[in-house]
Structures are given as C-alpha cells and as structure tokens.
Write a protein that binds this ligand. Sequence first.
Ligand code: NAD
Ligand code: UD1
Length: 336
Amino acid sequence: MSVLVTGGTGYIGSHTVAELLAKRYYVIILDNLSNSKRDVVDSIEKITGRTPQFVEGDIRDKALVGRILQEEPIEAVIHFAGSKAVGESVRMPLEYYHNNVYGTICLLETMRDAGCKSIVFSSSATVYGGENVSPLREDMPEGRTTNPYGTTKLTIEKILRELCVSDPEWSVSLLRYFNPIGAHKSGLIGEFPNGEPNNLMPYITQVAAKKLKKLKVFGSDYNTPDGTGVRDYIHVVDLAKGHIRALERVLGRTGCETFNLGTGQGYSVLEIVKSFVRVTGQKVPYDIAPRREGDIATCYSDPSLAEKELGWKAELGLDEMCEDSWRWEEQLNQEA
Ligand code: NAD
Ligand code: UD1
C-alpha cells in the first residue's frame, strides 16, 4: 500500500514515516526542505532498515504532484507540509495563507484529478480558541483564532469538510494535535530548532544545554493550580502512531471526521520544568515573566473519541517526553 506524506522530513512527519515503514507501507515523501533536512531520510532508514522514496518539491507544484500521483498507486495522503510559527505568521500572513491554504488547495485539486480522495490532515488544538473550557471535545464549536497560523488551520478544516459534502467519495481525517514534544528513542530524529524557540520544551532543552541563559515562565497568575499555564503535552511517537490509525480509518470509509490527539492530562509550565530537571539531572534556571499575548490559562483534550473510534491512546508519559527531548538536544549539540 502506497502513501504520500507531504512534509515527511519534518518533525512530526519523520516520526510518522518511521511508523509507516515499520508497518510495511510504501512511503513517498514530498518535502521542499524549507524547514527540514535531506539527511532525515538517512536517519529514518537507520531506524527502520527501510528507505522511503524522497521527492524534493513543493505541494504547490501541481505538475510535480500530479506526476507522483500518476506514477505511483497512492491510496492516501498524509498532509503535514505547511508553515507553523505563530509569531512569523503574524508578520507574514500572506506567506502563511499562500503556503498553508493555497498549498492545500493545490494538493486537493491534484488529488481529485488523480482520483485519490483520502487524506489525513494536521490540524491543531488552536482551532478551539480561548472560549471553550477544557477538556476540549471535538463537538465543541470552533473558537476565535488569534493569529494567521491558527486561521489557516481553521480554514483548511472548513475546506475539507465542505469538500466531503460536495463529493461523497472523499475520506478525510482532521487531526487536532495538542502539544507535541519529545523525539524518537534512537536520538536520530527530532525537531530542528529554527532560531530562538517559541515553544516551551525546546526552550527548556536549550537552557539546559546552556545555549540560552534562562527560561521565562510566561505568567504565574493564571487560574491554574500553581498559576502557570496548563497544556496537554503529547509524545511525538504517540502522535505518529495516531496517524497510522487515522490512515487505516480513511482507507476504510468515506466522509469527514475530526479527532483530538492528546493525552487528556494537563501539566503546568512549572510541572514540566520540575519533571525535566528530575529526569535529566540538568539545571533549568527560570524567571517569572509577564503573560505572553494570545496565551490562555488551560488547554487540554478529551481524547476519548480517538480511543473509541480509532482504538488509539497515548501511552508515553511525561518522564519519557523529557528524557527523549533531552537526548535529542544532546545529540544535536554533538553534531554541531
Ligand atoms: P515541520 O516544520 O517540522 O514540518 C513541516 C515540513 O513541511 C517541513 O519539513 C517543511 O520543509 C515542509 N514544507 C513546508 N511547506 C512546504 C511546501 N509548500 N511543500 C512541501 N513541503 C513543505 O513541522 P511539524 O512540527 O512537523 O508540523 C507538521 C504539521 O503539523 C504542520 O502542518 C503543523 O502546522 C502541524 N502542527 C504542528 C504542531 C506542533 O506543535 N509541531 C501542532 C499542531 C499542528
Ligand atoms: C503554541 C501556539 C499554538 C501552536 C503550538 C504548537 C501560541 C499562542 N500558541 O501553543 O498555536 O499550535 O504552540 O506549535 O503561540 N511558555 C513559557 N515560556 C516559554 C515558552 C512557553 O512559559 O518560553 C509557556 C506558555 O505560556 C504556555 C506553555 O508554556 O503556557 C506552552 O507554550 P508553547 O509550547 O508555546 O505552546 P502553546 O502556547 O500551547
């Protein structure tokens, strides 16, 4: 069975490709390497003993994507390709709409023309906005997005839902990720930092590695048990496994479904720092800083729909997330 994975050399894509190869899927990666490296393919090969086909190119290149879909009997697409930096999206909204929304439209048009109508899409918990109260359930109304990145995810979800209404042959799984962290146990694949990290875990690992001086804890006066923000951190390998289940689902039925991929467990910023320090033995100095604009106090999932319908449940705990994030950071520093 052949699967096209757009963005397959990226952070979540590479872990998913490793899981797909382990399950004996034939994988074609399409990635323009705007936020990843070609070597990731070699690392995936080392982990799995199998080689995915790699095509360097852009999802907006309809001629290229059309050729891939014609040459290979691709049954489904897992679509990770896109731009994901919230702050950058505020500065460059046109680039974000072009890459994420227009890029997805190009991909969908090409898929339709080739008769390949099954897709798993990388959405985000950001579509719930700040109005809904955690635990967040898929049947809650979408919230107001606070940045162009979030709006691209909400828009693509709508496009995919409307596509399924227009043509009952489409089969779509919208996966709303909570906060992916961690890396593969091998230390061979993980998230590549792009400038100073915005997200909590890469910031912590870089402070521990002494690349950054101190963590700023954004806000200690939220209405949470210790006053710091609460999120649903999920190990990237668990997340990758969720994609295999979603893929099996889109191959077996039509229509559009939405699933949270989270653990259902919220941890505060200070709980994450404490666990990281305990598990790795590293020091993570921090200061309490003002709240970050756009942040909400608490965001965690109700993951029960994915368990019921996909038979998927996150298995790895916070200690493994911290341990594996740190192993990846150390390995990056050895390379440098
Ligand atoms: P990533 O940047 O590591 O991976 C994305 C990959 O897509 C990169 O390898 C990049 O080179 C490629 N790419 C970008 N634009 C492309 C284009 N036009 N054509 C071909 N390739 C292109 O990001 P990630 O963390 O692995 O995220 C994957 C997806 O999941 C993204 O759509 C992201 O928005 C979504 N998501 C991520 C998170 C997160 O916290 N990492 C949370 C929610 C949703
Ligand atoms: C952020 C994005 C979200 C995106 C997600 C995954 C914002 C407002 N939201 O979510 O759209 O889908 O990343 O890429 O940017 N924190 C600190 N200090 C730091 C960094 C973070 O205290 O240096 C805190 C935050 O205030 C938050 C928690 O850590 O409470 C997690 O932050 P982060 O990793 O950036 O994820 P989100 O804000 O949940």
